[in-house]
Ligand binder design. Structure first.
Ligand SMILES: *Cc1c(COP(=O)(O)O)cnc(C)c1O
Length: 408
């Protein structure tokens, strides 16, 4: 499945959760229930299905699971008051040093980071302009963002939320033609970098040549870990990434990194200021500290070891599926976005009488419930990076079992 289709699928299709009741697993218990209080198993209490995630980092599936050290940071943050600005200042400094940017701020995700970064560019430190957004007419503020056609995805609406219009272009000549006194930003989407005619360095150079800021959305682009600083080093004016994908920080957090004056101005739009477009993008001390700890640890992690563990877990599922007659498998690694081993399990429809969607439904309604990635006519897609250690054996067993049953 194309990245674009996948993004569309998860953005548009409401969650199909018509599923029988699944036994609650202890693993889904809250990690830090208060001591001496009766432990509540809330998913069970509410009848909310929990599942093994062999699909990936999807908002509809609540993203990723935070590590214990992130939960510890959240727990300790929750027991004290502090000034929100002071915490953002101090954490921002630490994060900026980690990612090689002049400044950084924890946002409520990559999407809000895009809105806030552009808002900062539009208003600068002018409080009156901050109050005018998203109404740009007659304010003297710029009002256009240039993006390559190939980079047109749903998330670019974050930029339109400032009141700006998007001008789509394909070639360098078209960029230069589109640039005018209203141009606020040249925006780039890393996950579709290979589809556009203009590459990163050239995009940054165009911005510098015309003295217009450049930005890049790298929301789903670690691993590799080096992407955290690569685009700051390259000279993008601001960079946004999700906190709750591979970094496994809070799903309701992300980072806006970039030039000092952009981050400072962006913060005028965020709590505790900015009673306008950014007021709803609140992050509190829990997300801020959770994001900081997740990022710090992610950078220090042994990524080779993690990759080998992903390969090993993928092999367990691959080897089990392949034993079924008529089944073929392949493992690919996307070059951009969600860079992790991706197992495709396909079968001869003449031998295995089951559609991809049927298999998806059987895995979903089984015990334990399992979610997989893309389901097509006679294939499914599986990733292991969101599995807990050992779950690959359960996924392998269930997929094999259902495929065997369908061999006719
Ligand atoms: C996930 C994603 C976003 C949105 O990120 P949030 O952190 O959920 O706000 C934006 N752009 C792309 C390409 C993404 O994959």
């Amino acid at each position: 499945m194309q990245r674009r289709e996948l993004i569309k699928l998860f953005a548009l299709v409401p969650y199909a959760g018509s599923v029988s009741i699944i036994p609650f697993t202890a693993a889904a218990a809250p990690a830090s229930a208060p001591q001496n209080a009766e432990k509540r198993f809330l998913f069970k209490e509410l009848g909310v299905r929990t599942f093994i995630n062999a699909a990936g980092t999807f908002t509809a599936m609540t993203g990723s699971l935070m590590h214990d050290y992130v939960l510890d940071a959240i727990q300790s943050a929750a027991s004290e008051f502090c000034m929100l600005d002071e915490l953002q200042d101090k954490v921002g400094e630490k994060i900026a040093a980690l990612v090689h940017s002049e400044a950084a701020v924890v946002t409520s995700g990559a999407f809000s980071g895009m809105t806030l970064g552009l808002a900062g560019i539009l208003t600068g430190m002018d409080q009156k302009k901050v109050e005018q957004l998203p109404h740009l007419d007659g304010t003297g503020m710029k009002s256009e963002v240039i993006i390559q056609k190939a980079h047109d995805i749903v998330y670019n609406h974050a930029l339109k939320n400032t009141g700006c219009k998007i001008i789509y272009v394909e070639t360098v000549a078209e960029v230069e033609q589109a640039i005018n006194e209203k141009t606020a930003l040249l925006h780039f989407l890393n996950i579709e970098a290979d589809k556009g005619k203009i590459k990163h360095e050239e995009w940054v150079a165009l911005g510098k040549k015309h003295n217009i800021p450049t930005s890049i959305d790298i929301a789903a682009d670690v691993p590799p870990v080096s992407n955290l600083w690569k685009f700051n080093d390259m000279g993008f004016s601001f960079v946004v990434i999700s906190g709750g994908k591979a970094i496994r920080g809070p799903q309701s957090a992300g980072l806006l990194m970039g030039k000092k004056e952009i981050i400072a101005a962006a913060r005028l739009h965020m709590p505790p200021r900015g009673f306008n477009i950014g007021r709803g993008f609140k992050v509190n001390k829990e997300e801020i500290l959770g994001m900081y700890v997740a990022l710090d640890k992610y950078i220090k992690d042994d990524h080779d070891k993690e990759w080998k563990a992903w390969e090993a877990a993928t092999a367990v599922i691959d080897n089990a599926a392949k034993t079924v007659s008529g089944v073929t498998t392949s493992i690919t690694v996307p070059e951009l976005g969600n860079v992790t081993p991706t197992l495709q399990i396909a079968w001869d429809a003449g031998k295995v009488k089951l559609s991809g969607k049927d298999l998806q439904e059987k895995l979903r309604s089984g015990a334990p419930s399992i979610e997989i990635g893309g389901a097509k006519e006679s294939s499914i897609t599986v990733t292991v990076w969101m599995l807990k250690p050992g779950q690959e054996k359960i996924v392998a067993g269930r997929i094999k079992e259902e495929l065997m049953k369908a061999v006719g």
